[in-house]
Write a protein that binds this ligand. Structure first.
Ligand code: GLC
Length: 479
């Protein structure tokens, strides 16, 4: 089986979020799940950070031009091999040599170019996949060009497309007027890509893909409803027969407290004294100089509305007044939340700390140094942080949505079952009650140690999910 993964970011090369984790670990896991018989490759854009780190393992495989409407544009294809997986990089300085991955006025055009470059790759590299597994709106143009154009050529006719939605909030919506001139699609494509009077790339990819998946089972049901769909529930309901959900795993070698070089002291579920050192280190880094025995609640997250920061903002001061909790927050995002946390840190020095940055190595210190991990998302397609935190024995508190629901089951102190804490409704006081309950348990050391061990032992590796993907790919090829 030959599989080409298409997306905009992949670890260890470039990362702004969970998609990079997935594209950095799923392909190799799928290869392992097929006993290394599958030929697994990945293609992402060549962003400047990648270009700057090109070493001898990289090779320029092809250079040429692609047509985008009336423009002829340079394309370079580079490759390197990691873990048996070939990674291709699409080079074009005009489109990708920018300080940020996303957020340019012409993002649509940039990823339309990327889509064209993926077609170029399939035509010039000699690699014609059986499955194209495309991810999020940035790879929707590739899906559209493949299904609407390239598939008319015999050699590409049978390629099956799995399109995975990592977050339905981001859809790639543009004005219809640029359909032909910028996106190089024509009138016949209008019914495929048009939605609510606009050009919607995500809708187009959902419509033409052979199968559509989301990154947890729960989320695949949630997005059929208006509350979660960001307007696309009608489209998804029409495609419900090809919609499925497979919960992500995490790279359990990269996120391993026993060997992690980014934390001060390594530890395991059985011998976890090292975790105390890591808590001490995190407290030093953050200037948290209050009671070292107080529960330390960490958050590692984009500071975006859907991550549940409204709830945190609503009750954080009450929690600080009513309990001995301390907070450490890592992430960047919307100004209103950055401002809120800056103010909270100033109001509660030594008890609230915030690091406004995206920093992978530092995030490990947060995962390892915390006692509680708070993730009260309004919606969460899968969420990786709750699984990472678990692996480091930082007990998750989550809202029961999407992948959080699928991966964290509420602790039952009478049966000992469960691997975290959760609440159902998107309500700040429900969340507060659960946090208080968690603190109560944190103070009952025996129970807490048992819970922490249990949490650390849950298997969040890719093994089971990779097998599900392989089955899904096989079923698509059988059709
Ligand atoms: C997106 C989602 C997140 C998911 C990740 C990887 O970032 O918001 O929930 O875990 O993609 O699939």
């Amino acid at each position: 089986m030959k599989i080409l993964y298409v997306g905009s970011e992949a670890l260890p090369f470039i990362s702004t979020g969970g998609l990079a984790d997935v594209l950095g670990s799923l392909p190799a896991a799928v290869r392992r799940a097929t006993e290394e018989t599958a030929d697994v490759r990945v293609v992402i854009p060549m962003f400047p950070k990648i270009k700057d780190s090109i070493d001898d393992s990289f090779e320029l495989v092809s250079e040429g031009e692609v047509n985008l409407s009336w423009r002829r544009l340079y394309v370079g294809i580079w490759k390197t091999v990691r873990d048996g997986v070939t990674i291709y990089f699409v080079d074009n300085e005009y489109y990708f040599n920018r300080p940020s991955l996303y957020g340019s006025f012409d993002d649509g055009e940039r990823f339309v170019f990327f889509g064209k470059a993926v077609m170029y790759l399939m035509m010039h590299s000699g690699f014609i996949p059986d499955i194209v597994h495309a991810n999020d709106w940035q790879s929707a143009p590739a899906v559209l060009y493949l299904k609407r154009k390239l598939c008319h050529i015999d050699a590409y006719r049978d390629i099956k497309v799995l399109f995975t939605i990592h977050n339905i909030e981001y859809q790639g919506v543009y004005d219809m007027s640029i359909l032909k001139d910028v996106f190089d699609l024509d009138g016949e494509d209008i019914p495929v890509v048009e939605y609510n009077g606009a050009l919607n790339l995500l809708k187009g990819a959902i419509t033409v893909a052979d199968m559509v998946s989301t990154v947890s089972e729960r989320y695949s049901n949630e997005i059929l409803t208006e509350y979660y769909s960001h307007g696309l529930h009608h489209v998804l309901r029409a495609s419900a027969d090809k919609l499925t959900g497979i919960t992500n795993g995490i790279d359990v070698d990269y996120y391993n407290p026993e060997t992690d070089p980014d934390i001060r002291t390594n530890y395991t579920a059985q011998k976890s004294t090292g975790k105390n050192d890591d808590k001490a280190e995190l407290r030093e880094i953050c200037g948290l100089d209050g009671d070292p025995k107080a529960p330390l609640c960490v958050m590692v997250s984009r500071l975006a509305g859907h991550k549940g920061f409204d709830l945190v903002r609503r009750v954080m001061y009450d929690l600080l007044e009513q309990t001995n909790i301390t907070f450490a927050i890592l992430g960047t995002g919307e100004a209103e939340y950055e401002d809120f946390f800056r103010k909270a840190a100033a109001d509660y020095p030594g008890r609230v700390a915030v690091k406004l940055e995206y920093n992978k190595a530092l995030s490990k210190k947060f995962y390892a140094g915390g006692d509680l991990f708070l993730m009260p998302s309004k919606s969460e397609p899968c969420g990786l942080s709750q699984m990472i935190a678990s692996r480091y024995g930082t007990v998750p508190i989550v809202r029961e949505t999407g992948g959080l629901y699928d991966t964290i089951k509420p602790y039952n102190e009478f049966t000992g079952e469960g691997n975290g804490f959760s609440f159902t409704n998107y309500n700040a006081h429900d969340m507060m009650a659960v946090i208080k309950y968690a603190i109560e348990l944190y103070n009952r050391k025996q129970k807490w140690t048992a819970l922490r061990r249990r949490v650390m032992k849950v298997d969040f590796s890719w093994t089971a999910s990779a097998e599900k993907y392989v089955k899904l790919y096989e079923s698509m090829l059988d059709k």
